[in-house]
Design a binder for this molecule. Sequence first.
Ligand code: 6GU
Length: 244
Amino acid sequence: MRLDIISIFPEYFAPLDVSLIGKARERGTLDVRVHQLRDWAHDVHKSVDDTPYGGGPGMVMKPEVWGEAIDAVIDGGSPRIVVPTPSGRPFTQELAQELAAEPWLLFACGRYEGIDSRVMDEYSARLRVDEVSIGDYVLAGGEVAVLVIVEAVGRLLPGVLGNAQSAVDDSFAPGSMHNLVEGPVYTKPPVWRGHEVPAVLLSGHHGNVARWRREQAIRRTVRNRPELAAELDPDTLDKHDRKL
Ligand code: 6GU
């Protein structure tokens, strides 16, 4: 998979050199190219923003600079474009899976109050363009959101995760724990500072382990994600589970 990232802060993407994503790049599974937006600025000050039409606070990123940058990077090709913005569609595991199936993604990182909307209109006419939000809070720019998205997408690529089952078992993975978050996990030693590993996990009884894990997943979902618990079907969440 090829990933292009355009930003005024290319230094933000140094973490893509390490860990799973870094290894995938070394192996050639991932081809990541980070571009400095200011390389396409027109004036000596390399300005990329201007005051908003209609007034209001902050600055808006200029369409001409973005247009030239995107044209140069895509060079007649057809990536899917992702624009991180708090006003975008929610980034979910389902969208991560969709993006992981694409051969080429281009991330356009806005700063300030965002990118002139005509840029998205221009490329939407011939390419898939998604404005995407990673959650209901506001970041100073799209760079950290792109790191989040690239990590979530990258670990789904064939051969990137050491253990292929890890991605299947994820909380929120469609078809896995059915809208439950994952329960607690334990490793050796069996007693640490007086805290014991639940006996069922040491029992060797696979049926009891599976039942216990499911109950723990439901308990955590009810406690931490009541909005998800409310969507569980009555067979999944029986009367006993509701009181957990
Ligand atoms: Cl994708 N960008 C910014 N700037 N803020 C956000 C976000 C994205 N998602 C949530 N907050």
